[in-house]
Ligand binder design. Structure first.
Ligand SMILES: N[C@@H](CCC(=O)N[C@@H](CS)C(=O)NCC(=O)O)C(=O)O
Length: 219
């Protein structure tokens, strides 16, 4: 059976978890705390960079969440989560990469501040907010009048962006200016794959405590 090494509050692993559910696959979840259990020889053999998620499929293991999503799509193509039309495929890839390379890094300083892990300057705060607003403006435009990024079909674009974008409002960035994104988030949250993988407040608190302990050890 497929095995997913993950942490429920990780955006990087939740996108894989949602894809497994959307594909209706059977899998086992192996939860790490990231409080040091990612540094064991057993886990380092799966990913020398000690990152979750890792997917193990019999004797083959994959790390890097976007590579895992591609593997799942190629190996278990039904239901399909990737379009074949060239422009649609380009949009899916752009949404995935803008989410991981632009949106999530811009949220990092704001998350650290919100978690009480450090202060940031007004300039840094504004830079992050501006970058997030640029992503939101683009996604609002790309969603257009459709239910999902690619018409009426859920794709990897919705999974990757839709498990990350709600963080903007949690960090105090209002989504009022983005009615299409707001409706799309509601649509996604009504899916079983989203509601059943929603991080719980106690899991967030537990993770904060683990991080605080690790930061104290490092200082
Ligand atoms: N680019 C990687 C990023 C994975 C990643 O950063 N995972 C974090 C949790 S969100 C992690 O495992 N951190 C533990 C560590 O660095 O030791 C992916 O998309 O899979």
């Amino acid at each position: 059976m497929l095995k997913l090494y993950h942490l429920p509050i990780s955006f990087n692993s939740r996108r894989v978890w949602v894809a497994l559910l959307e594909k209706g696959l059977e899998f086992e979840l192996i939860e790490l705390t990231l409080g040091g259990d990612q540094l064991t020889p057993e886990f380092l053999a799966l990913n020398p960079f000690h990152h979750i998620p890792v997917l193990v499929d019999e004797d083959f293991s994959v790390f890097e969440s976007l590579a895992i999503l591609d593997y799942l799509e190629a190996k278990y193509p039904n239901p399909s989560l990737l379009p074949t039309e060239p422009q649609d495929l380009a949009i899916v890839r752009m949404v995935e990469l803008v989410t991981v390379n632009e949106f999530l890094p811009a949220t990092t300083p704001l998350t650290r501040k919100a978690f009480g892990f450090g202060e940031i300057s007004d300039e840094q705060q504004q830079k992050s907010v501006d970058k997030i607003e640029t992503v939101l403006t683009l996604f609002e435009q790309w969603l257009g009048e459709s239910s999902y990024f690619i018409g009426e079909t859920l794709t990897l674009a919705d999974i990757v962006a839709g498990t990350a974008i709600p963080l903007a409002s949690m960090l105090g960035i209002s989504l009022d200016k983005y009615p299409r994104i707001t409706a799309w988030i509601q649509r996604l949250m009504s899916r079983e794959s989203w509601s059943s993988t929603e991080p719980q407040p106690e899991q967030i608190e537990e993770f904060k405590a683990t991080m605080k302990k690790m930061m104290a050890k490092q200082s």
